[in-house]
Design a protein around this ligand. Structure first.
Ligand SMILES: Nc1ncnc2c1ncn2[C@@H]1O[C@H](COP(=O)(O)OP(=O)(O)O)[C@@H](O)[C@H]1O
Ligand SMILES: Nc1ccn([C@@H]2O[C@H](COP(=O)(O)OP(=O)(O)O)[C@@H](O)[C@H]2O)c(=O)n1
Length: 215
């Protein structure tokens, strides 16, 4: 079973994707980390995320980089959104994501274009959303936990800029797949959001004749 989970920053898609992977015993890929790895490589080289050539040159990063805590910073998130708008960068990372999705037994992937581009035939597609203010509050809390202290207003402004760039780029913009089920987590606790996600996947896969599996 392939489960695609898309949505904007801090909507809760990663939390939900990890929980679905645990529930169904499937491997999980946070595809945002791939763009973050490109971004951090560009920044460390002192190069420019807005330069297509610089970003493309950074696509051959070592897998060990995916565990680097610096990938989680806000600065890297912003640069990831810039490098991810270059079509050749998306092309360079495409095959890796597709083969992860197509592995025997299935997988859960989260990102911006999983249901539309990476796994358009996924068995279940969730589009996770929440209001920008609530997403900013969540991200603000998260950043504070990791020792950073930006103002809430700045986090909200960054989220809006990232939403705008991610939804309007030419290649694989963030958008809800036509057959995706929307999950608004604005007023759901983490546990409630996870239960709702499982119920949506169950409804979709049972309706399609099974495959929901091992839970
Ligand atoms: N339903 C929720 N209610 C409150 N906080 C949440 C909820 N879902 C996720 N969070 C928290 O919000 C932050 C961002 O969640 P995450 O799943 O990483 O979002 P995304 O992958 O969409 O960027 C995390 O600190 C997470 O624990
Ligand atoms: N499948 C994906 C995943 C991420 N991205 C880009 O990578 C950036 C960082 O993604 P992320 O999922 O790690 O970010 P958060 O939603 O966790 O803040 C996003 O703003 C997108 O620009 C993408 O273009 N396509």
């Amino acid at each position: 079973m392939i489960i695609a989970v898309d949505g904007p920053a801090a909507s809760g898609k990663g939390t939900i994707a990890r929980a679905l992977a645990r529930h169904y015993g499937l491997p999980h890929l946070d595809t945002g980390l791939l763009y973050r790895a490109v971004a951090v490589s560009v920044l460390r080289e002192g190069r420019d995320p807005a330069s297509e050539a610089d970003a493309l040159a950074a696509c051959g990063f070592a897998d060990s980089l995916l565990d680097d805590p610096e990938l989680r910073t806000d600065e890297v998130g912003k640069a990831a959104s810039v490098v991810s708008a270059h079509p050749p960068v998306r092309a360079a990372l495409l095959e890796r994501q597709r083969s992860f999705a197509q592995q025997p037994g299935g997988a859960v992937l989260d990102g911006r274009d999983i249901g539309t581009v990476i796994a358009p035939d996924a068995d279940a597609k969730l589009f996770v959303k929440a209001t920008p203010t609530i997403r900013a509050q969540r991200r603000h809390l998260e950043l504070r936990k990791h020792g950073a202290n930006p103002s809430l207003d700045k986090v909200l402004a960054d989220i809006r800029t990232r939403d705008e760039r991610d939804s309007h780029r030419s290649e694989a913009p963030m958008r809800q797949a036509e057959d995706a089920q929307v999950l608004d987590t604005s007023f759901l606790s983490i546990d409630a959001a996870i239960q709702r996600a499982i119920a949506l996947v169950e409804a979709r896969t049972r309706g399609a004749g099974g495959g929901a599996g091992q839970a």
